[in-house]
Ligand binder design. Structure first.
Ligand SMILES: [Zn+2]
Length: 191
């Protein structure tokens, strides 16, 4: 597995609409493995393929660092290293087929918007259909952080980042700062 560079706003690729995957092949599983490694390395809980510059409708997710479980029990009780493989979720060609009328506010961040967090309002629950790591069709009812995360990642597949949900003033300010950051980075890291 390989850690791939994560692209950040204002990289224009983040505005692309990603293409559907034709089949879940070994090559695609290799991409998903790389995505998981990249996400874990960056300490993120979700990653869309376009964030490493691959414009395919693929998402990986691992809420284990932040999700104590539905029953509210502390994650301290579990050995997360053993649980790890079971907490990773893979979504190929995901579709949101239902959203709740009830909304939820969550302070979101994004690996492609490093250092910025803001409240975004989204449906509190949703239902998603997708193909899993083996290419099998699946359906999942999502609530809470899982629902927020899947909607955030779905946005990436449609060329949207969470900044697009903020006011224009706020968004322009953050993009300006990110643009400056990326220029500064280019100066100190010529590679
Ligand atoms: Zn994101």
């Amino acid at each position: 597995m390989t850690i791939r560079p994560i692209i950040a706003v204002p990289d224009p690729r983040l505005k692309q609409v990603s293409e559907p995957v034709e089949a879940v092949t070994d090559a695609l599983r290799l991409l998903m493995d790389d995505m998981v490694e990249t996400m874990h390395d960056a300490k993120g809980i979700g990653l869309a393929a376009i964030q490493i510059g691959v414009n395919k409708r693929v998402i990986v997710m691992d809420l284990s660092p932040s999700d104590p479980g539905d029953d509210g029990e502390s994650s301290d009780r579990y050995d997360l290293s053993e649980l790890k493989d079971e907490t990773i979720r893979y979504f190929v060609n995901p579709e949101i087929v239902w959203t709740s009328e009830e909304m939820n506010n969550y302070q979101e961040g994004c690996l492609s918007v490093p250092g910025f967090f803001d409240d975004v309002e989204r449906p509190k629950a949703c239902k998603v259909t997708y193909l899993d790591y083996q290419g099998q069709p699946q359906e999942l009812d999502c609530d809470g952080l899982l629902a927020t995360c899947i909607q955030h990642e779905m946005d990436h597949l449609n060329g949207v980042v969470f900044l697009d949900h903020l006011s224009r003033l706020k968004r322009d300010m953050i993009v300006k700062k990110l643009r400056k950051q990326s220029k500064d980075t280019n100066v100190v890291e010529p590679l």
